[in-house]
Structures are given as structure tokens and as C-alpha cells.
Write a protein that binds this ligand. Structure first.
Ligand code: WT7
Length: 639
């Protein structure tokens, strides 16, 4: 546990929040100075949201791995830092103490140095949920290389796009990954991705599943062989400026290809640690189990960095919640005496369909706190989680945040501020939310009917963990987040606020979908569908889905008469899988002869969204449509 002040009551939260708003610099100085700095900072904050230019602790120097590992060695050297639970419950669990993890990270850091990787180089990591993934991430940070983890479900084409955008010359991968009863050939996907990336100099390949791979001469090396060459290495942590990039993580927006969100060393470190301890109220020696994948921000902040910065014990699970059966999470909780379980509403909803037999004989008494993240949680799922998993005994933290925010921005604090079903509740200290209308005017009037203020959720003051830029294209960062409303960071979400200042997040107000907690841009899916030879044009919208939260509904115009609709649907989904990955497959594909467009040629998504949601009557104003009869024919053939 770190030595900054831990909030311990609702009143304490209110006082702390007030302080953080009245004098943010003094507030963050108190917290940041409890970390290990190679050179203490004297500047705390410099910012404007116009360019934007955001700098925290700018003249300070540090290395995040010293704070994750070295600083715990003296007091916690023999404490377990990392537990690895394999996909197959009958194979061996692996545990690393802080001492061991520190050594493994230095060893692999030496391997990276031996490959010619330097501070500032971008290293792409495409791996399954194995402990070596955490080691690879930390080894990059150790030498100041910028890691960019790509989720193992993305296709070769998606990897290529990211490698080119990040100008990444180095890759770390593994032969294959286990997920449930599937074996996913990661190295082979990398090989496909690299056909178009001759600038990649080195691929380091971990042996995990003993699957055959093709190793390319002068480019590919084995993790194990390189490790053997270094023995027990001593690699001092590279000195980083607080604002040096720590990692890039790609995420989808409403337009264009995914963008590389950049987080920096100092501010991200402070935010990941601070939010981890406050939100979960982590206690020494507790086992923290976050079920996310390290390919997403949740895994970065609450599997790797947050828990290790706090000197905690983090559990990594390789598999899926339903393998070998739907009781797997509860087996893991019992086996490792998990104290904090942090998962996504989509996982809860899918487990709910199995009834409560999945809890029979499972001892969940170690659980103290439950968490949820990724999408709005419906009350039914919240209650099921609370009653069956928490046995009505564990607070649920509903944590709202984004890839761009680095860590949690709005959430109750476990056992300290009240939980409330479907409400993320209160902003963390330092977070200044504001609700605005389409024109950026602040909404502060409570609606008499609902009792709430409603609006587009923005943040008006910087916090240490916020994104600094989008890699290689600062202008894109500005237009995406800081140009919609002057002097505000726009989140893309809508929200309600009650008279006590609690927030309820309603979901995206832009063309971004949230499918099983995965963020997917409609434009990306349309581009993929349009690559199919038979397709002329398409429009993609979301619709409510019982388990996934949102499903993907595609309206597609084809150039020929279709003889076998189900075959073409499968072909289109094959194309999406090839271009993006299976996570973006359409749940419904409707073939149409035209799309509802305005006279200026703009697709009226509002109408398509309503149709996809099952609305037949109130489609809103259709008078500006070029051809209103199209709507009738779409309605008549709805999927
Ligand atoms: C979007 C960000 C943050 C890590 C996982 C997703 C939605 C996230 C909640 C929540 C309602 C939520 C928002 C947000 N979201 N958490 N607790 N309640 N909605 O990160 O992929 O960057 O997605 O996820 O719509 O904008 P991401």
C-alpha cells in the first residue's frame, strides 16, 4: 500500500474532493511525492485544452518499474506479486514473488537490449494472457521502450494497420494461445501481418503451446533461447522524463481507423495507483482478480500497473469464464481465495443464463469487493452479481472510465461511498465532470419529470492519467476530444446527474458501439463490409442485445441479385473477421435496395437505429429524405 491518504468515509470523500478542486496542484503534489522519483519534480501542472497541451510533473524523472517492483523488494520481496491461472485447470498454476518478478523483468529487459531495442522504440506485443505478457510489458517500460499491446482477437490486417501507425520495428508474440477449447495461432497471424511490414526488424517468439511455427531467418528469435544467453541480468531502470510516453493503446472512434492513445510515465503511474487503491480499497496481501485482457486498458491499469504499484497480488487468468464450465470464475475465486473480483456486465449477463447451480459447492467467502466496468450495467445483472456472487455482503464498484482516461474517473469507493445499482455515482478526487447540450452549453437544470440533469459528459479540468496525444497525429487528438466543445474534454458518453451529484452513464452518443464491452466504430465495420466484392454500400448501427449489451446490425446493398442470403451473410462476416477480427462480426445483416439518405447524400442513421431497435411507427422526421419509400421497404424486410 502506498502512503498517500486513503479516503475512509463519505464525509472524508467530500472533504478530499473539495480540496482536490480548490487547489489541484497542492493536492496532486501530496500524492505524487509519495512515489519513487529519480529526480523530484518542481513543476506540477501545465495545461490548455486548446492545442491540447497537458503536462504533469514535467521536470521530474522516474521509471514506473522501479515503483512497481524495486521499491517493494525490501518489505515485500517474498510476497506473491503475480498469480497465473492457466486455461486448463489441471495444468500448473505459476506464482511469482516480487523478487522473482523483478528478476524476470530484468532478464527479459536484457533480451530486449540485446536485440537492439532502445528507449523510445515502439514494441508491439501480441500475446495471450500468460505471465510472460506482464513480464514483456514491464521489461519494455524498464528500458523505456513504448509498448503497444494488441488484443489477441484482432486480425492480421488490424495488426498491420497498428504496426504502420506506430512505426513499430519490434514484436513480441508466442507460438499460440489457449482460449477455452481453442488454440489460436498467434505467430502465424503475425506472419500474415508482416507480409506488408518489411520495416519490422525482430520478432521474439515465446513457446507456450508447443505449436509448430515458421521462423524467418534473421528476423525471428525464440524467447527461451535469448533468455538463456543473458542468465541473471541486472538491468537498471532507464531514466524517463515524466512526460515520456509509456505506452500506446489503439482504440476505436467514430471515424477512420483506430487511433493510438498515448499515456505518459509520471501521470499515468500516479493515476493507476491512486485509483486502484481508492476505488477497490485494496488491503495488504489481498488477491485482486481482474478478468479483463491486458490487450485492453482495463488490463493495463488494473492487472499490471495498478496492483503492482500498490504492492499487491494480481491474478492473471488465461482462459474464458465458461471453460471447462460456467463455474470457472467461482473455482478460481475459491482456489486462490480471491478478495476482489473485477469483471464486465457482459460476462455477468452471460453467466446469468446458466442459473444458480453454477455456485453449488463453491466457497466464495473470500470475496470482499466486486467491480464492474466497460458498459452500463442493468439492474438485473447488478442484483444477480450482488446477491449470488457477493452474497449480499460485498460492495459493487461501478467504475466508469475509458482508454483515454488511463484509470477510473467516476465510481463509488468500495465500502466507503454508497453503491447504487446502475449508477457509477461520484467523481474521483480531481475529476470535474460537466454535462452539456449539443451546443456545449452547460446543462444544470434538473428535469422535473426525471429528477435528473441530462447531457453529454465532458471533463473540464485535467487529471494526471489523461491521454496526452494520439500517436503521430496530434491534430486528431484535438479534433476527436477537445474540439467538439471549447475547453472541454468530450468523453463521447451521455449521462444523468442527480441532485446529490451522482452520475449514471447512459452510453455512447457518437457512432461508437459497445459490443460485449468491446469498443467498435461503426465506420470501421462499414469499411470492412464494403471490402467484400459483392457489396456496394453499407450502414452499421447498434441495437440492444440481451447478453452483449449492444449487437451489430448491418444494412447492406449488394450489386447483384442474391441467390443464397445466408451464404452471403457468412461471406460478409468472414470479411469482417479478416479485416478487423471476429469481435466485430455482425449479429444481423439485412439486404436492402437503398439506404435512407438526405438530399445531400447523408445516411440518416437515426432512422436505421430506430428500425434496428424494433421501432416501426415513430421513426421521427423523415421529410428530408430523398426517397421516403426506402424506409417502408427496409421495415418490411427487417431481420
Ligand atoms: C467506453 C470506454 C474503461 C475500460 C473499459 C472500456 C463505456 C466503460 C462504463 C461503466 C457505463 C461504461 C463508456 C466509455 N463504459 N465503463 N462503468 N458504465 N459505461 O474502455 O474500450 O475505452 O471504452 O466504455 O461508453 O466511453 P474503452
Amino acid at each position: 500500500m502506498s502512503s498517500f491518504h486513503r479516503i475512509n468515509s463519505l464525509q472524508d470523500y467530500k472533504n478530499t474532493y473539495q480540496k482536490s478542486i480548490e487547489n489541484p496542484e497542492a493536492f496532486w503534489d501530496e500524492i505524487a511525492k509519495t512515489f519513487t522519483w529519480k529526480k523530484p519534480y518542481t513543476q506540477i501542472l501545465d495545461w490548455n485544452f486548446k492545442e491540447p497541451n497537458i503536462q504533469w510533473f514535467a521536470d521530474g524523472q522516474l521509471n514506473i518499474t522501479e515503483n512497481c517492483l524495486d521499491r517493494h523488494l525490501e518489505t515485500k520481496g517474498n510476497q506473491i506479486a503475480l498469480i497465473f491461472e492457466p486455461n486448463d485447470p489441471n495444468t500448473e498454476v505459476r506464482k511469482y514473488t516480487y523478487q522473482q518478478l523483478h528478476q524476470e523483468v530484468m532478464n527479459f529487459a536484457q533480451v530486449l537490449l540485446n536485440q537492439g531495442i532502445k528507449k523510445g522504440d515502439r514494441v508491439c506485443i501480441y500475446m495471450g494472457m500468460v505471465p510472460e505478457l506482464t513480464i514483456a510489458v514491464l521489461a519494455c517500460a524498464r528500458i523505456g521502450a513504448i509498448h503497444s499491446v494488441i488484443f489477441g482477437g484482432f486480425s492480421a490486417q488490424s495488426i498491420t494497420d497498428r504496426l504502420i501507425d506506430a512505426e513499430a520495428e519490434f514484436i513480441i508474440t508466442q507460438d499460440a494461445a489457449y482460449r477455452g477449447n481453442k488454440t489460436i495461432p498467434l505467430k502465424s497471424v503475425i506472419d500474415d501481418a508482416l507480409i506488408q511490414c518489411s520495416f519490422v526488424k525482430r520478432v521474439i517468439v515465446l513457446t507456450h503451446a508447443n505449436e509448430p511455427v515458421s521462423m524467418i531467418k534473421d528476423r525471428d528469435v525464440w524467447w527461451e533461447a535469448e533468455l538463456e544467453k543473458v542468465g541473471n541480468a541486472n538491468v537498471p531502470a532507464e531514466t524517463m522524463n515524466a512526460e515520456d510516453p509509456l505506452f500506446i493503446l489503439y482504440t476505436s472512434g467514430s471515424t477512420g481507423k483506430p487511433k493510438g492513445v498515448v499515456h505518459t510515465s509520471g501521470g499515468y503511474m500516479v493515476w493507476a495507483n491512486y485509483t486502484f487503491e481508492q476505488v477497490f480499497q485494496y488491503q495488504p496481501e489481498e488477491v485482486h482478480f481482474c478478468t479483463a485482457d491486458i490487450g485492453w486498458i482495463t488490463g493495463h491499469s488494473y492487472i499490471v500497473y495498478g496492483p503492482l504499484l500498490a504492492g499487491g497480488t494480481t491474478l492473471m487468468f488465461e482462459g474464458i469464464p465458461t471453460y471447462p464450465d460456467a463455474g470457472r470464475f467461482w473455482d478460481i475465486v475459491q482456489k486462490h481465495k480471491v478478495n476482489i473480483l473485477y469483471t464486465a456486465p457482459t460476462a455477468i449477463r452471460s453467466l446469468m443464463t446458466n442459473g444458480t447451480e453454477i455456485f453449488n459447492g463453491k466457497d466464495l467467502s473470500s470475496l470482499r469487493v466486486l467491480g464492474t466496468v466497460g458498459e452500463p450495467i442493468n439492474e438485473e445483472a447488478w442484483n444477480w452479481y450482488h446477491d449470488n456472487v457477493g452474497k449480499s455482503n460485498c460492495p459493487i464498484v461501478d467504475t466508469w472510465w475509458q482508454t483515454e482516461t488511463g484509470g477510473v474517473l467516476i465510481s463509488n469507493l468500495a465500502g466507503v461511498t454508497p453503491s447504487r445499482p446502475a449508477w457509477a455515482t461520484l467523481p474521483l478526487p480531481g475529476i470535474q465532470p460537466i454535462l452539456v447540450d449539443e451546443n456545449g452549453k452547460e446543462n444544470s437544470e434538473i428535469n422535473i419529470e426525471t429528477g435528473y440533469v441530462h447531457g453529454n459528459l465532458c471533463i473540464k479540468f485535467p487529471w494526471p492519467g489523461m491521454l496526452r496525444t494520439t500517436y503521430g497525429d496530434h491534430e486528431r487528438c484535438r479534433t476527436n476530444y477537445f474540439a467538439t466543445y471549447e475547453n472541454l474534454y468530450f468523453t463521447g458518453d451521455g449521462a444523468y446527474r442527480d441532485s446529490d451529484g451522482n452520475y449514471r452513464i447512459t452510453g455512447r452518443v457518437d457512432d461508437v458501439l459497445n459490443v460485449s464491452g468491446h469498443r467498435i466504430g461503426t465506420a470501421e465495420v462499414e469499411n470492412a463490409i464494403n471490402m467484400h466484392a459483392g457489396v456496394v454500400e453499407s450502414a452499421v448501427v447498434g441495437y440492444p442485445h440481451d447478453i452483449k449489451g449492444q449487437g451489430i446490425y448491418a444494412f447492406v446493398i449488394c450489386n447483384d441479385h442474391i441467390h443464397d442470403e445466408s451464404l452471403v451473410r457468412r461471406d460478409i462476416n468472414e470479411t469482417i473477421t479478416r479485416i478487423i477480427g471476429a469481435i466485430a462480426k455482425a449479429d444481423k445483416i439485412q439486404f436492402v435496395s437503398g439506404l435512407p439518405k438526405t438530399r445531400s447524400g447523408k445516411i440518416m442513421r437515426r432512422i436505421l437505429r430506430k428500425i434496428a431497435e424494433g421501432e416501426t411507427q415513430n421513426l421521427g422526421d423523415t421529410s428530408t429524405l430523398l426517397d421516403p419509400t426506402i424506409v417502408e421497404s427496409i421495415l418490411a424486410n427487417k431481420q
